[in-house]
Design a protein around this ligand. Structure first.
Ligand code: CA
Length: 337
């Protein structure tokens, strides 16, 4: 009897303690949720490809450099959505089929694959640049360093881009290790604006070279190439194999003072590669090259934007974005604003 009543008493005590702990947890939970709720927002944003008609059913939490914010960073603050890290979910559960992305033109969040209400998206913003550094948005940390006056600024239309004066400005890009797989094919794309056409003979937009700088399997994009009478607005894209140029050139590619989208697609087939040069989503050159002298996976330690590895003219204009993707759709390097 004694033992039983002791047990009962003790059970009662334990019950009270458990009840108290549960209450404390519940109350702190509510307080925490309310704290986060203060920073959530649900207006001003486009919801696309979803079945939810009222965007009021979607909530966003913004994080800038890992710290929750009251609102989304402004376009001119130099931030970009970390699309790898950002996610959406329902009732706190992550749902990989929903994908938040950032539309740069409208500076709004687009959620694809949205299929239910009560969705919350956690959006992480990372810095795209500061006074000295151009940050790689791929997560691989192949950053760039601004040299001799190159810097991010607004152009005449208010678009952010890296401005190069054409005299000595350039960006020194970190070493790209030989583990990067170029050999299975890759895509390089970017948006560029040409500000002047003087000395347009191999005027360099970008140049990724090996330890010997020149003649070392460079992957490069240049404005003009006198060898083929490719002058002024002509673009010359070269993937070198040891000391051999393997260039593809397109006449009338650029226009003065116009932003142009460039894309080079190298695709590996069974016993050859195809190369396509694309301007503003329109294909200009489509060609087949053999596999024996294509591109090598080497340490690329001499990598520049706006500057050549040879004694050739510097680029005068803007680079608004640059993205390199491998054959498995993995982003190798990405600069954007
Ligand atoms: Ca300068």
């Amino acid at each position: 009897m004694k033992l039983k009543s002791f047990k009962e008493k003790n059970n009662k005590k334990i019950g009270v303690i458990l009840f108290t702990i549960t209450c404390i947890l519940l109350i702190s939970g509510v307080i925490l949720c309310r704290t986060f709720a203060i920073f959530e927002t649900n207006d001003k944003y486009d919801v696309m490809n979803g079945s939810v008609e009222d965007p009021g059913d979607i909530y966003f939490a913004f994080y800038k450099d890992g710290v929750i914010q009251k609102e989304m960073p402004q376009k001119d603050e130099g931030y970009w959505l970390d699309e790898e890290k950002s996610y959406c979910g329902v009732l706190g559960k992550k749902d990989e089929t929903m994908k938040p992305t950032l539309d740069r033109d409208t500076w709004s969040i687009v959620v694809t694959g949205m299929k239910t209400s009560r969705t919350k998206c956690n959006l992480y913003f990372i810095k795209t640049y500061d006074e000295t550094t151009l940050f790689d948005l791929s997560g691989n940390k192949y950053n760039g360093t601004f040299k001799d006056g190159a810097k991010v600024q607004e152009d005449e239309e208010g678009n952010l881009g890296i401005y190069f004066d054409g005299i000595n400005d350039y960006v020194d890009v970190d070493d790209l290790p030989e583990s990067i797989n170029w050999e299975d094919g890759f895509i390089i794309e970017g948006e560029f604006k040409v500000k002047s056409l003087n000395e347009t003979n191999w005027k360099r937009i970008f140049d990724f070279g090996g330890t010997n700088e020149q003649e070392d399997n460079n992957i490069l994009l240049a404005l003009g190439n006198s060898k083929f009478g490719c002058n002024n607005f002509c673009v010359s894209f070269s993937v070198r194999y040891d000391q051999t140029n393997r260039e593809k050139y397109v006449f009338d590619f650029f226009e003065l003072e116009q932003m142009v989208k460039f894309k080079a697609e190298y695709t590996k087939l069974e016993s050859s590669y195809t190369v396509k040069i694309i301007k503003n989503n329109k294909s200009f050159v489509s060609d087949i090259i053999d596999t024996t002298e294509f591109v090598k996976n080497i340490d690329r330690t001499s990598n520049y934007l706006g500057k050549s590895n040879w004694d050739e003219p510097y680029f005068n204009g803007y680079i608004y974005s640059l993205k390199i993707t491998d054959s498995n759709d993995h982003v190798i390097l990405w600069y954007d604003f």
